[in-house]
Design a protein around this ligand. Sequence first.
Ligand code: XMP
Length: 506
Amino acid sequence: MIAILDFGSQYTQLIARRIREQQVYCRILPYNPTIEELKEFKGIILSGGPASVYDQNAPHGDSEILQSGVPILGICYGLQWLAQTLGGEVKKAEKREYGKAKLQAIDSTTLFADIPLETQVWMSHGDKVERLPDGFKVIGKTTNSPACAIGNHQKNIYGVQFHPEVIHTTGGTQIIRNFLFKICKVLPTWTMESFIEHSIKKIRDEVGKKKVICALSGGVDSSTVAVLIHKAIGDQLICIFVNNGLLRKNEAERVIATFKDYYHINLDYCDAQEKFLTKLKKVSNPELKRKIIGHEFIKVFEDEAKKIGQVDFLAQGTLYPDVIESISTKGPSAVIKTHHNVGGLPARMKLKLIEPFRELFKDEVRVLAKELGLPDEIIWQHPFPGPGLAIRIIGAASPKRLNILREADWIIDEETKKSGLYRSLWQCFGVFLPVKTVGVMGDERTYENVIALRAVTSSDAMTADWAQLPHSLLSKISNRIVNEVKGINRVVFDITSKPPGTIEWE
Ligand code: XMP
């Protein structure tokens, strides 16, 4: 296992990905773990970070790490920190350097083995190593950074000013491979299969004979968590599925068929449609809707859980990007998004969290889900927000509007899947607009509502582009909705990116 100590770089997660792509397991830790915590690691990467090592509040790790004999690679700030800590000198560079630069490898025996003598690297720094620590030599340089890469072969400590983890560094993957396989001498044995094995063992050890509850939404994350934990502890897992009346067409039936009938998971189906819809009556303020739904969910879930009796654990499909922006300054669990509807539950119910995917990215969860045998329609389904269709209806979410939106949404889903474009989209859905416009059908004048079609591409939902769907698909969707969905006589297409728009309309 490799440890990545996070000094606050925007690329820390990327380093983790690059390592896992080489089938080596790694964990991101805050920049200052104890030596004890690092005992099980075969190599350490020190990430970049926004600070300057000579700043008063600059993050400093434990200098003993550098004496521990474990191979180390410092990247950008990591390089500067190790150089300064080992007695070298770091200074402000005359010129800040951002973007592409040409690296000339001087020593190709270790870190730069099997990369061209001259190769493109990605720089982003304002400081440079002015004087090398004892025992180090320059192994690579650029025009602006004479000590762009340094190394101490005896101690197996290396540092690079550039970012090998970003794709613009053309030899980046090879450099990471060299560090892993030549310097740390680890083996590429980490696979999803071994992750599953490891997780199952960990869950069993932690849970013992106790009970775990899981709020199953039917989405890929909670579904995969449920199947994994079920594999580990069988009937000690109880999944609670709340039908809040804001789900898509056939959603509840699908979840029951998959988890209860197919996987034989202990599924507690809670039909709370009335409760939610009554609370939402005449509410049109988006934030208020979200709050009402959030509170009601917690209440309903808590009541259901009480019926089960003594429960000690709550399983959640929290993913890595949900957990941390940067763990460097705030400690590992400071910035959890409360998007997840179970936010607030664990503390109130005194439940311990089980979050097996805390270190995984969405696409890794999809691979895991495949490995666990989940059906493609769950693995590849688009994200669906906790507050459901309520935030896709502008104005009050009445049962009538919900039904209209459900029908339109079904058509959008069906047609994008038929077109083969579904997987290339992050999300694609309808929004009900409480605006009435005039139309004509046959010889009849119509005066009905509007559906807005929202389709976006994105890799993480932080930013998104509106998807340039082919006209033939737009036309098919529009025709079918206007013809088949009673109450809609007009379809419009949302061409706003995020930012400045958000993906959901509310
Ligand atoms: P926005 O609208 O903020 O959405 O651009 C970004 C992504 O988050 C999803 N989303 C939610 N997911 N609970 C969720 O579980 C929520 O309250 C929620 N609000 C938005 C949205 O669908 C998109 O993928």
